[in-house]
Write a new protein. Structure first.
Lengths: 236, 777, 385
């Protein structure tokens, strides 16, 4: 298992290739020029006739300058185009997603598997059923979709959120006091949980993501910020 | 007679220094430390410790025998386990930690933890042990071969209703054998180190005063000399004050970093408490940006800009001094919080609503007040520099003839003083929220946390360009002079600077990709952020091409400039990972971000400024700097710097989050950071100490070369700009106002006439009436 | 650290670091040493330290809210800071006192060639001031557009004639204009005998007028100071008078502002035909701590109470916060102008302004016009809308 989701690694690999190419160009250029055009005898060859108080003669080449304006620009356009697609995947709301509410508190996480229980703003597809509570949620076919238990993390009892692989989930994020941000380490996504606001995060855990990983707080929230953890388990 | 008196005084100062070193408490940490969890409680149920539950630990010897094994009995009394226990099956638990020696379980009621501590069995569902159905347990402890040990025991009294409610816990500590010296708290270490730095700085000032003219040394002359400096409005002296202030706080900011790097060296460390850690990273960021980088840049600008554009001084000298003195005045406020033990713990971004919440330390109020003075300082110096650039360029120097350092300062100043009022107003709102009780960020009254983020980053992002652009300027000057070539593409350099300046205002949303800001804004700022790469790329390629056909002279400042090209390219490229929103969702607030902005801040700004120090030091002091020591500084600095920040990229991708007191390593139960993260963190800590030490070489070099270096000619490197016209050190006023230099040209320029906008502005300007029209023509 | 080499300019003649500066001699004219910067800087630092001490607030864990208190015993620090700050300003101005206009640095570079440097500087300063007020206004716009108006919230969420009182502490926007322009202040202060809702727009209207007139008088002062046809004595007294009028109008502005905020006013006695009573905004409970403002939708004048069922409790702190901080920031600017004016009045009567250095009045005037202009924006946004 490794941190970061599929989309992250897909983009990351492309970016790495281009970063390596640019770095290579700069490195070769830098080493070549700084060695080839060094003052071999250590003496001061005043090539452009610098004199204090005299604006030196020009040194430019419009074609070259245009080249390294336009070529990087094309690269940027290309990279932007690649980065564009996944945004839609991450932000477009899935109406069939199972909603789980995540509430930040100083300094612990509250999960709710069934946030629409007893409220009026549930989505149309939502059917109240008997065997659901804030800690456990079964779908219409009686299959476990979401469960909350506890686990010991470094000597502290922490909540553990269990979700099913290949199910679409929507996380409703909010906070009761200050800004927090759940970081789903294994999925490579995070979003701020702001007080007085509701933000959203969508994810469908894949079969590759089966297992448990840490959930951290990644928006600084005070004293025990570093210990505001939980565990997320994806089961089959 | 006088000479011997001086000697005794010098010895006295040295003795005071030694004393200061001696009384500074020794900083000693337990190598493995105790799990950070101990501070927030234990693995126990219930929120707060209870006096009702009394733990006891029996079997410890009064005289410790090295290597012997002892049987320890752990029991407790009190709490719900004794009083109102409805379910006698669940009685309690314990956790015993020892600083040295080996703990071992005796029976199946006790298990050994991975960190060497022991706890009861049956801690979760998978564990079938009955250890949590007991009130007493037995363990064996083998004493270490030398020294004593410290025990920390937590016991838990449980009512057995399967929830945490109503459970209680208690704590007991016990020492046996000889104890190591008491561990100094992080704050004490910091306070002692800063005190030491103050003492050393003051001693340096005295020493510099003494060494200037040892023959005529007299204490009566000290105060006039000193007060001349602190009341001076001369741009060179104010520049010196800025530099001293900036370098001092660069050291202080480094101390913060070192102290919390010790905390982060190993996972689960408790060298610092959470409170201390949070204050230290807050003050590290604040100090480095506002009290180190900005004053150093202002120091360069003060020193060089008037010399370079051919002015006698800055436009508003007294306001210039005011802008400087607001910095130490702000530092007093920023630091008084931390020394009262309640320093700001908000992060340098001071995000609302945490900063107005009651959980933030009371020192956050002082932090905000100090920042307001910083804003005032930046505004005043911004007005001053803008006026200077607009009005005091030497005759013949059009806009497109300004040296690139001046250009970069012009763009930086413009960006700074257009953006910083937004920050200032945000700070005033927060200050009023925290003092008189307005509700701008009070969520209960409808306050919007994102408003602060917008006001802050509207300033905060231009701010990073404000600090990096002057470094660009320095590099342009240094590379051009060292390569003996005109900077390649002067005009495209200026347009790139201006482009960064304009686009820099509309990219700030990339700091808020995960904040719940509107998706449209996120998308727009993603595009603009990508776009910033283009002008930055132009600059890098132009610098590289400047060397073409040149005759590069390797000096220390050249090395720092080439080092800058390497590190800044890396920092710029790692910055390109963030505007791709889908990647940013993973990388935001991780060490990848930390690595990126340190590559830009240290590898970009600090390297650029170091290059500038070596480049302009002869001009400022009239003494050449020691090249050998300088190269040693570069080699050690460059290597240790990369050792610190390069591994951070990897840690960030692995998911180590910033601003966290400690980090967790993967266990069987869950996936966190891979175990190698601990090794990388240890490497980073060691390299951080090396980097700090390498910077002391610079300080040594500056002082010793400033006093004993070779005399510098007026143009030691063969540069063309006007600062090389005047003698080293420059006279006062820097250029003779009655005989200002006139910029000449190596080639005939077609564009010495004002351009379209120049004509527009001139047309709008009503010339001052009276006798003086055209006097300066 | 060791830039000692340029210690070489020992003063040709004694400059005072504290007091009047000899502008016509010395290096380029401007003072080379001054205690003012260091005093102003540390004075303001001390002042802010005192300010945070006086207004240190404590969190009430039981009630889960802040308890606001003023720790007046800590005021010494604040006053000391202010004193050092003022002393620094005094030193600054003592050095300026002798500025006769013979030393007025002019721009060398294009495009401002031959323009006074100070003039460019003041425009630069106004540029950053513009950003200050832009930030305040963007805060205002963010919250104004993000909140429901209390009146429409009440109208849309309550059944007519029903006795349901809205949930306590709902956040909504009761603009200052509700109290000021519409006269819809708290029913406790309504005066049944009047038969109409008195209007407290009067202080704001007078203030607007005062500021506009003061912009005119400062121009008159400049015009007079530049007038070479007048004799010195005549000019001094006229410039002094115009500046005094400007100072008086500025004082009037702040006085009315304080009346409007804290004092209120009453003309005549109850029952007189000309009786007029206008309570202050704070007496009307329009304050930054008003989390439970009792809003009355329909006032029953006969019963001197709110008509049953037309009452609601609202949290109006945000509206008050933006109002007091924005107008307060403007007020601070006016106060800063007053301090400068006081200095200028003093200097003018002593013959400090001649046609040679009359531009100083112009530069102050630029700032003063700006403050005036900001008021012209603040007034409709906060008092009328």
């Amino acid at each position: 298992m490794r941190a970061g989701g599929e989309i992250f690694w897909y983009l990351f690999d492309i970016w790495n290739i281009w970063a390596a190419i640019v770095c290579l160009i700069v490195a070769v250029w830098l080493f070549h020029h700084s060695l080839k055009y060094r003052s071999t005898d250590g003496s001061d060859n005043n090539i452009d006739d610098f004199k204090p108080g005299v604006f030196p003669r020009e040194n430019d080449d419009l074609k070259m300058e245009l080249t390294w304006t336009i070529v990087p620009f094309i690269l940027i356009v290309y990279l932007t185009y690649i980065a564009w697609g996944p945004i839609d995947d991450m932000w477009s709301a899935d109406p069939d997603a199972h909603e789980i509410s995540v509430t930040g508190n100083q300094w612990y996480w509250d999960f709710d598997c069934d946030p629409f229980r007893g409220t009026e703003n549930a989505p149309e597809s939502y059917l109240p059923m008997e065997n659901r509570s804030s800690a456990v949620f079964y779908d219409e076919n009686g299959i476990l979709i979401c469960e909350i238990t506890t686990i010991e993390v470094e000597g502290q009892i922490k909540p553990m959120l269990r979700v099913k692989a290949e199910q679409s989930y929507g996380f409703l994020l909010t906070s009761n006091d200050v800004t927090h941000a759940p970081f789903f380490l294994d999925w490579g996504i995070k979003e701020d949980a702001q007080p007085g606001m509701q933000t959203r995060l969508y994810h469908t855990p894949s079969m590759d993501e089966v297992g448990s990983s840490l959930l951290m707080c990644t928006e600084y929230c005070g004293k025990d910020h570093g210990y505001m953890t939980a565990v997320v388990e994806v089961f089959v | 007679m006088i000479g011997s008196m001086n000697k005794s005084r010098t010895l006295g100062i040295l003795a005071i220094l030694l004393l200061a070193v001696a009384i500074a408490p020794s900083a000693q940490s337990y190598p493995t430390g105790i799990s950070g969890a101990q501070d927030g409680g234990c693995s126990c149920h219930g929120q707060t410790p209870s006096t009702e539950v009394v733990a006891s630990l029996e079997g410890l010897p009064s005289e410790l025998e090295a290597g012997a094994t002892y049987t320890l009995n752990i029991t407790f009394t009190g709490g719900p386990s004794y009083n109102d226990n409805a379910n006698p099956a669940a009685l309690g638990g314990f956790h015993l930690w020892v600083s040295d020696g080996v703990l071992a379980p005796v029976d199946e009621m006790v298990q050994l933890n991975s960190d060497g501590s022991v706890t009861h069995t049956g801690t979760d569902k998978a564990d079938t042990g009955m250890g949590n159905d007991q009130r007493n347990w037995t363990v064996e402890w083998t004493a270490p071969m030398d020294g004593g040990a410290k025990f920390i025991l937590h016991v838990n009294s449980v009512n057995g209703d399967q929830t945490n409610g109503g459970d209680m816990w208690g704590k007991l500590t016990a020492d046996v054998g000889p104890q190591p010296a008491e561990q100094a708290s992080g704050l004490t270490v910091l306070a002692s180190a800063i005190l030491l730095m103050v003492v050393i700085t003051l001693s340096c000032i005295l020493w510099v005063f003494y060494r200037q003219d040892p023959g005529a040394f007299a204490w009566e002359r000290f105060w006039p000399w000193f007060s001349d400096y602190i009341t001076s409005t001369d741009h060179k002296k104010v520049g010196t004050l800025y530099m001293v202030n900036g370098l001092f706080f660069l050291g202080v900011g480094g101390l913060f970093a070192l102290i919390f790097r010790v905390q982060l060296a190993v996972p689960g460390n408790d060298f610092l408490t959470q409170d201390e850690y949070n204050q230290f990273f807050t003050m590290h960021g604040t100090t480095m940006i506002f009290l180190a980088a900005m004053p150093m840049i202002a120091g360069f600008a003060n020193w060089i800009v008037p010399l370079q554009i051919g002015a006698q001084d800055l436009a508003l000298p007294r306001l210039n001094a005011l802008a400087f003195w607001l910095n130490p005045a702000a530092a007093l406020l920023l630091f008084s919080g931390i020394f009262s033990g309640q320093g700001a713990d908000t992060g340098w971004t001071g995000y609302a609503p945490y900063i107005v919440s009651h959980t933030a330390h009371s020192g956050a109020t002082l932090w905000v007040a100090g920042q307001i003075l910083i804003v005032a300082s930046s505004t005043v110096s911004g007005i001053n520099f803008m006026t200077t650039f607009c009005t005091m360029r030497a005759p013949g120097m059009g806009w497109m003839h300004m040296p690139l350092f001046s250009w970069s300062m012009l763009i930086a100043t413009l960006m700074l003083f257009i953006s910083i009022p937004a920050f200032g107003i945000g700070l005033i709102q927060v200050l009023l929220d925290r003092t008189i009780g307005t509700v701008f960020y009070e969520v209960a009254a409808g306050g919007d946390p994102l408003l602060w983020s917008h006001l802050f980053w509207y300033f905060g992002h231009p701010e990073v360009y404000v600090v990096v652009l002057p470094a660009f300027g320095v590099i342009s000057e240094v590379l051009s002079t060292s390569a003996r070539r005109t900077i390649f593409g002067y005009k495209s350099m200026v347009f790139a600077l201006a482009g960064i300046g304009i686009v820099g205002f509309i990219v700030y949303g990339h700091h808020m990709f995960t904040s719940g800001m509107s998706p449209v804004l996120r998308f727009v700022t993603m595009l603009t952020t990508m776009l910033v790469a283009v002008p930055t790329g132009i600059k890098i390629f132009n610098w590289l091409q400047t060397m073409h056909g040149g005759s590069l002279v390797y000096r220390t400042h050249t090395l720092w400039a080439l080092g800058f090209l390497v590190t800044f390219t890396l920092g710029g490229i790692s910055g390109m990972y963030f505007p791709a929103v889908a990647m940013d969702l993973h990388l935001h607030e991780t060490y990848f971000v930390v690595a990126h902005f340190h590559y830009v801040f240290v590898g970009g700004i600090i390297f650029g400024l170091y290059s500038g120090i070596y480049y302009w030091f002869p001009k400022a002091t009239g003494r050449m700097m020691n090249e050998k020591v300088g190269i040693l500084h570069f080699m050690t600095g460059f290597i240790s710097y990369n050792l610190i920040f390069w591994p951070m990229h990897r840690l960030g991708i692995q998911g180590q989050a910033r601003r966290q007191h400690t980090y967790f390593i993967t266990t069987d139960e869950y996936f966190a950071l891979p175990p190698e993260a601990a090794d990388w963190n240890m490497l980073i800590t060691i390299a951080a100490f090396m980097f700090f030490a390498s910077n002391l070489i610079l300080v040594y070099n500056m002082i010793s070369s400033g006093l004993r270096g070779q005399k510098a000619p007026s143009d030691p490197w063969g540069g063309w700009s006007m600062e090389w016209l005047v003698s080293s050190p420059p006279p006062t006023p820097s250029h003779d106002p009655s005989n200002l230099p006139v910029l000449e040209f190596a080639e005939i320029h077609g564009d010495s006439e004002p351009g379209f906008f120049g004509k527009m502005i001139q047309w709008m300007m009503i010339p001052e009436d009276g006798e003086d029209g055209g006097e300066e023509e | 650290m060791s830039y000692g080499g340029h210690d070489d300019h020992h003063h040709d003649h004694q400059h005072s670091h504290w007091g009047p500066h000899d502008w016509d001699h010395g290096h380029g004219g401007a003072p080379h040493n001054s205690w003012a910067p260091i005093m102003i800087a540390f004075g303001s630092s001390l002042f802010l330290l005192g300010f945070t001490k006086v207004f240190t607030q404590t969190w009430d864990d039981e009630a889960d809210l802040w308890t606001y208190a003023i720790h007046s015993s800590q005021i010494g620090l604040l006053i000391a800071g202010l004193a050092i700050f003022s002393a620094g300003i005094t030193v600054f101005w003592r050095q300026d006192w002798s500025h006769s206009g013979s030393f007025e640095p002019k721009a060398v570079g294009t495009p401002f060639r031959t323009i006074d440097i100070r003039k460019v500087a003041i425009w630069m300063f106004l540029m950053s001031e513009m950003m200050v007020f832009s930030s305040l206004f963007s805060t205002y716009i963010r919250y104004r557009t993000g909140f429901d108006n209390c009146v429409s919230l009440f109208e849309s969420s309550i059944e007519p004639g029903s006795t349901v009182v809205l949930e306590a502490g709902q956040q909504c926007w009761l603009p200052a204009s509700y109290f000021i322009a519409e006269g819809g202040y708290h029913q406790a202060n309504a005066h049944a005998a009047l038969g109409f809702m008195p209007d407290t727009l009067i202080p704001g209207a007078i203030n607007t007028f005062a500021l506009i007139v003061s912009s005119y008088t400062i121009v008159l002062a400049l015009k007079t100071a530049k007038d070479t046809t007048l004799s010195d004595a005549e000019r001094n007294s006229k410039v002094g008078k115009y500046l005094s009028i400007t100072l008086f109008l500025a004082t009037l502005f702040l006085t009315f502002k304080l009346i409007e905020w804290f004092v209120g006013f009453e003309i005549g006695d109850k029952g007189d035909w000309y009786h007029f009573y206008a309570p202050s905004l704070s007496a009307d409970h329009f304050t930054i701590h008003e989390s439970e403002y009792t809003y009355c939708h329909l006032y029953d004048e006969a019963a001197h109470a709110c008509t049953p069922g037309n009452e609601a409790i609202f949290d109006i702190r945000m509206s008050a916060s933006t109002f007091y901080v924005t107008t307060g920031t403007h007020g601070v600017h006016v106060f800063g102008g007053m301090v400068a004016l006081a200095y200028m009045v003093l200097k003018a009567f002593r013959g400090g302004y001649t046609p040679q250095n009359a531009v100083s009045i112009e530069y102050f005037g630029l700032y003063w016009h700006f403050v005036d202009l900001v008021w012209v924006l603040v007034f409709p946004a906060f008092y009328l809308y």
